[in-house]
Design a protein around this ligand. Structure first.
Ligand SMILES: [Mg+2]
Length: 419
């Protein structure tokens, strides 16, 4: 049986949220992102795109291209709130859905034709409900695979929808620019252009082996996508999708200073794992198990983030709340859940720009020298969280007990980096 996959994507999501909060922004060019010279455009309205502005562009350049644009810092709390409202609407109606980023969803509607008139009608009703409830513009593509549905959404925008029926996938993709194929980033695009490839049709007509020779495994994947072949499943999204770590003490303890510094190290390590997997979390929980095996957990919803300082602060706040007995502690743990893809939001806030630069420098060192290369001094006691792929289900990391050696390790000297 053919699959039926729906892809939904909010149009200029951040800008649309800002317009809900301030109607004066409707119809004018809007730039969201860092307002300093070093800031980056996190999002922009269609009115700004006309001037050649696009996201990830330096803010200074965007302002030169479109000097009369209104520049806004961004408000990740508000965007997270609207994202959650839309998630709940989709959850209530859908048999199986995946939230792939803050404003993007896939729904597997395979077989629904048997119960309702057509899946296309069902998708339109879902879209109408989202627009009625939130007043946010949203587009969708409906087809037989994630790739074709997503490309469809892109073609339907702004504020519209499209269906690519079985058998028409290849001809739908053929006239489009190869840039439209998900996976074809800037680098690949320019490489393909140098080979004289501009339209998807050209890739469709060439032997797969040729693309493989130039791009390796990616070449095969791109060639298949260009044919409209994509069997990637919609992976059920749930609040439980999480990464976590916990530690059982050999000897039960009431050393609050020690407990706090271990939690800090855990938060720091999990945040690094989020960033390395290009994920954000919006729910933090802290668990304490006492020596009598009573287990207390507290959790808090926050705006989507992967930044240490926000996550550490939340973990510490939760620990203060959950640690309310003066009893020996047997185990502590930290969990980040409600994970979604995407890291572009990280560029949003100018006040954390320096912080982001610091994280990038730290992550770079960890990538090169191992996760222990840099740590906050305060979190030194939690030395190491076992490396693993945190996103293939439920699993726990492992904190290895601190050794004196860890503290004695020579510090890495990096110019301009203080940790
Ligand atoms: Mg979008």
């Amino acid at each position: 049986m053919n699959k039926s996959i729906l892809h939904l994507d909010l149009d200029t999501f951040f800008v649309s949220c800002e317009r809900l909060m301030d109607s004066r922004l409707i119809g004018i060019p809007v730039l969201i992102g860092g307002t300093s010279d070093r800031g980056v455009v996190a999002a922009c309205s269609y009115e700004a795109r006309v001037y050649g502005v696009h996201s990830a562009m330096p803010m200074r350049m965007a302002r030169q291209l479109c000097p009369h644009a209104k520049v806004i810092r961004g408000n990740s709390q508000a965007y997270s709130k609207y994202s959650n409202i839309i998630t709940e609407i989709i959850r209530a109606r859908s048999p199986l859905f995946e939230k792939s980023s803050i404003d993007e969803f896939y729904v597997d509607v395979t077989g629904m034709d048997r119960y309702i008139q057509t899946t296309y009608l069902w998708a339109k009703e879902l879209r109408d409900e989202i627009i009625d409830e939130t007043s946010l513009p949203i587009s969708f593509g409906l087809s037989t695979s994630k790739t074709v549905a997503k490309v469809g959404t892109g073609e339907a925008k702004p504020n519209n929808h499209i269906q690519i029926e079985t058998g028409y996938e290849k001809s739908f993709l053929a006239p489009l620019s190869i840039k439209k194929i998900p996976m074809v980033g800037n680098k690949t695009y320019h490489l393909l252009r140098r080979m004289g490839i501009e339209k998807v049709r050209t890739v469709q007509d060439m032997p797969m082996e040729l693309l493989e020779r130039v791009l390796g495994k990616n070449g095969i994947a791109i060639w298949k996508k260009a044919q409209g072949i994509d069997n990637t499943p919609v992976v059920a999204w749930s609040e439980r999708k999480s990464i976590s770590t916990e530690r059982t003490f050999e000897k039960d303890t009431t050393d609050v200073y020690n407990l706090k510094s271990i939690l800090l190290g855990m938060a720091e390590s999990l945040a690094y794992q989020l960033r390395s997997s290009n994920k954000l979390t919006s729910c933090v929980s802290v668990k304490v198990r006492y020596s009598d095996f009573q287990t207390h957990t507290k959790q808090k919803r926050i705006a989507y983030t992967s930044l240490d300082h926000t996550l550490i602060e939340t973990v510490q706040e939760l620990f203060e709340k959950v640690y309310d007995r003066r009893v020996l502690v047997r185990l502590i743990g930290v969990r980040f859940s409600n994970l979604i893809g995407g890291s572009y939001q990280i560029k949003l806030f100018e006040d954390s720009f320096k912080m982001i630069k610091l994280y990038q420098a730290m992550d770079h060192l960890r990538g090169r020298y191992g996760e222990d290369a840099v740590k906050r001094a305060r979190g030194m006691r939690a030395r190491h969280v076992k490396q693993m792929n945190p996103f293939n289900g439920q699993m726990d990391g492992e904190i290895i007990a601190p050794t004196p050696k860890a503290e004695m390790r020579p510090k890495l000297e990096v110019p301009g980096l203080r940790v």
